[in-house]
Design a protein around this ligand. Structure first.
Ligand SMILES: [Zn+2]
Length: 166
């Protein structure tokens, strides 16, 4: 009888171990699946994060571009297109009168080169000397008043200092 009890008890222990073993295998399987899902979620999260970082970078670049364009437009609003001189049709950006300027209204009157402003996106103050007008940035040289032009020494190397560049 005690042998039978011991045998049943042993079987029960074995069954428990078997159940425990199956539970461990099941737990290991579930743990493996969980690990796989966590890994996938981490991969997806890192992809989402990199997309957000990339879009944030693009947003910052766009915001910077908007600031540049606003500054450019703000600077351009300080000028108006005007004919320069009485000879030909040479147009340049003329600084608006001080009363119309919101900022830096103490700047002296001057003209800015139109192609430099519009195409090269830089402000270049035109030099007017006698009957000629020069842009030191793009090299434009134009006679804007009738009369004999006096070519400055710095431009005498150029074979045709009166040629319009555009
Ligand atoms: Zn120019």
């Amino acid at each position: 009888m005690s042998t039978l009890v011991a045998s049943i008890s042993g079987t029960a222990e074995l069954a428990k171990l078997l159940v425990a073993e199956r539970d461990r295998q099941k737990a290991a399987t579930i743990e493996g699946q969980l690990t796989e899902r966590i890994t996938q979620a981490q991969i997806q999260l890192s992809q989402v994060l990199s997309t957000i970082i990339e879009k944030d970078g693009r947003l910052q670049a766009l915001a910077e571009r908007v600031r540049e364009l606003e500054a450019e437009q703000s600077e351009k609003n300080r000028y108006r297109l005007a004919k320069l001189g009485s000879l030909g049709n040479f147009f340049a950006y003329e600084l608006r009168p001080a009363a119309e300027l919101v900022e830096r209204s103490d700047e002296p009157p001057h003209f800015a080169c139109q192609p430099c402003f519009d195409i090269r996106k830089q402000k270049s103050i035109l030099r007017i000397q006698g009957t000629l007008c020069f842009c030191a940035s793009c090299g434009t040289k134009v006679q804007i008043e009738p009369g004999k032009p006096v070519v400055p020494k710095s431009l005498r190397r150029d074979p045709d200092p009166f040629a319009r560049r555009w």
